[in-house]
Ligand binder design. Structure first.
Ligand SMILES: [Zn+2]
Length: 387
């Protein structure tokens, strides 16, 4: 195996501490300078502070549909993780490149950037667009801003987007959709000896938790099912609950965080509406019989639409040819692909170097053979775009 040509760039990218809470601007500045040095025009789509920046670049003709290569530039924190070397210094050892983000997903970003000179070598008949986002790890914030500007950045709708999240270069045609919510129940306080005269926020919240769990059970027993997913049905989950102060006070406040993760074919907003209907039509009227000024509030924390592309879609066929794979997979984790599909109207598929098992972990690494495979994939994409 030849040494992947992206390593010097990967070393650069890893050295920027782009944990989502930190501005990614220094990295974006570096990438912009690199691309401009090659003669590529770069468009910045910053947030309102200017410190977090998406980058968009088009190589090739802008007046025909092309392909978007999508990567995020932020990484998850290393706090309290036992790393055996500096996570922001690339360490290449035993056929692996170690460092925060090497798998998720600066490895892909580096491969794409390293292949830009090859894209420029001869004219492309169809363009390749580079989309590098910020804040993917905290709710895909950056790419939403990028997609809001898509008409300006890219007047001709691309034929597809390849999201380079780690799939071990397997072709991933679907992932689930997700919505997460915080529900806050406000009751009334009283001494616990007077419990029936107060609205116990913890107990009413618990009733709603049970209702969510019942929906989860129904999804698990009645489906729909898709055996290509690890968990072959949609799921409901409550992850955190807080309420009350001490045993002899009826708690006035309780909040809990919960989520649905649904198969692409399932109507996710309808499930959320079912929870809200239970809260507002069944629980709240009963609570108000005890006290008037009580309430249940819902606040959406995140939402991410599914990726779902047909096995026979031209983008699927192309991606399989580029990756040298016959089969396809469906995965449990979410990507920006769902937003490209829903908000950008662009068919989306996921294929990138590295194993998702390594993502977010201490001593995160990517196999050099994965980076080389990704570079070969991109070389074939360039050839396809020349023809
Ligand atoms: Zn990622």
């Amino acid at each position: 195996m030849s040494r992947p040509r992206c390593l010097p760039i990967l070393e650069k990218l890893v050295a920027f501490d782009t944990v989502s809470r930190n501005p990614n601007r220094p990295l974006a500045d570096w990438v912009e300078a690199y691309l401009r040095g090659l003669g590529v025009e770069v468009r910045r789509v910053p947030d309102e502070t200017g410190d977090w920046v998406n980058l968009w670049a088009t190589i090739g003709p802008a007046d025909v549909p092309g392909y978007v290569l999508s990567g995020h530039t932020d990484v998850v924190p290393v706090d309290d993780q036992p790393w055996s070397s500096d996570p922001f210094r690339l360490r290449v050892e035993d056929g692996r490149a170690y460092g925060r983000g090497t798998t998720d997903m600066k490895g892909f970003d580096a491969c794409v950037l390293a292949m830009v000179p090859a894209m420029l070598e001869k004219p492309l008949a169809r363009p390749i667009h580079l989309a590098l986002s910020y804040d993917e790890e905290v709710g895909c914030k950056g790419v939403r801003r990028l997609l809001a500007e898509l008409d300006r950045l890219c007047p001709v709708r691309p034929a597809g987007v390849i999201v380079g999240e780690p799939t071990s270069m397997e072709v991933v045609i679907a992932h689930k959709g997700k919505e997460s919510w915080r529900t806050t129940v406000t009751g009334t306080s009283a001494h616990s000896s007077l419990a029936p005269m107060a609205v116990n926020a913890v107990e009413w919240a618990a009733e709603l938790v049970v209702a969510i769990r019942a929906i989860g059970r129904r999804l698990a027993t009645e489906g729909p099912f898709d055996p290509l997913f690890d968990v072959p049905h949609s799921t409901a989950h409550v992850g955190q609950i807080h309420g009350g102060t001490t045993l002899n006070i009826v708690p006035e406040l309780c909040w809990f965080d919960w989520e649905f993760r649904t198969l692409p074919a399932v109507d996710l907003p309808a499930l959320v509406a079912e929870v809200k209907a239970h809260a507002f039509e069944r629980l709240l009227p009963a609570m108000r019989k005890i006290a008037r000024h009580v309430e249940i509030r819902f606040e959406q924390l995140t939402e991410l639409p599914p990726v779902d592309i047909a096995p026979e879609h031209p983008l699927t066929t192309l991606t399989k040819a580029l990756a040298g794979k016959n089969g396809h997979k469906k995965v449990a984790y979410g990507t920006e692909g769902g937003l490209f599909r829903r908000d950008g109207g662009i068919p989306a598929i996921v294929c990138g170097p590295g194993d998702i098992e390594q993502a977010h972990k201490p001593d995160e690494f990517v196999e050099l053979s994965q980076l080389a495979a990704c570079e070969a994939f991109l070389e074939r994409l360039i050839a396809h775009c020349r023809a």
